[in-house]
Write a protein that binds this ligand. Structure first.
Ligand code: SAM
Length: 257
């Protein structure tokens, strides 16, 4: 769907797809071999078999979570708690909404406290009390819309964004890291002192300038590989806590530091 800056009004049934666009629905039971496997490509077969046998996929279905990624966020947050009731949180790359579900529960959004704003290129099913925008965060006006929706201040900025894969690993890697840099740039403009930045990265992909920026703006920076993140995947997460309030004279933009 296009429609920049719109609040998402996804139909029920949406939000059942992974970032790859494949449906998470209908995978019942463990160690099954799907029908028609012979007609599929080997890589596709591998993906389906892995889904069928993945305990986190099973847990996702059982608990009504919209994504397997939701479990990764829970694991990170259980180990290094940073969400508290009443917080104001931004989720960049929020579809299908698994992280929104976790954050919403942990900040007790349903009690009418705190604030939660998500944005994604794709439609996301509504989450009670959250504002969800549809748009591309690489377009400055979209980030302006997020800024406005959260009233210009957030206690946590999360990004699980991954660029659409091209099949060329170095390109995919660079694109996802570029999204991380935009997310960080946004975070330092909007975070309140003590705030948290959590973002998906690729192992070995956080170059020195990016790490220097994180260390400059935050008290503590950790690399985290939650158990639900597949070992064979280069995916990792950067958790930066204790956002340092900058001197008014200092430039907050990482691009200009
Ligand atoms: C791994 S998924 C996020 C899953 C989500 N955390 C959840 O638990 O449901 C990554 C998302 O990043 C989004 N994304 C990638 N590039 C984006 C961009 N430039 N602007 C907004 N969203 C983007 C994709 O559309 C995709 O839905």
């Amino acid at each position: 769907m296009s429609g920049r800056g719109r609040t998402s009004r996804g139909k029920s049934g949406a939000g059942e797809k992974g970032s790859s666009g494949r449906s998470y629905r209908g995978h019942a039971g463990l160690t099954q071999t799907p029908r028609n496997m012979r007609r599929r490509k080997a890589s596709s077969n591998r993906w389906i078999e892995r889904q069928l046998n993945d305990p986190y996929v099973q847990e996702t279905h059982k608990r009504g979570l919209r994504s397997r990624a939701a479990i990764k966020l829970e694991q990170i947050e259980d180990r290094y708690p940073f969400l508290q009731p009443h917080m104001r949180v931004v989720d960049l790359g929020c579809a299908p909404g698994g992280w929104l579900q976790v954050v919403s529960e942990r900040i007790k959004l349903n009690k009418g406290h705190g604030a939660l704003v998500g944005i994604d290129l794709l439609e996301t099913d509504p989450i009670g009390g959250a504002q969800i925008l549809v748009g591309d965060i690489t377009e400055p006006e979209m980030l302006d819309s997020v800024f406005t929706a959260i009233d210009g201040k957030a206690d946590a900025v999360l990004s699980d964004m991954a660029a659409a894969t091209t099949g060329h690993r170095p390109t995919d890697h660079l694109r996802t890291m570029a999204l991380l840099e935009i997310a960080l740039d946004f975070a330092v403009q909007i975070l309140t002192p003590g705030g948290t930045f959590l973002a998906k990265a690729f192992r070995g992909g956080a170059e020195k300038p990016l790490m220097d920026l994180l260390h400059k703006h935050f008290d503590k920076v950790r690399h985290i590989k939650p158990p639900a993140s597949r070992q064979e995947s280069v995916e990792t997460y950067l958790l930066a806590t204790g956002f340092k309030a900058l001197d008014a004279k200092q430039d907050k933009s990482p691009d200009q530091t």
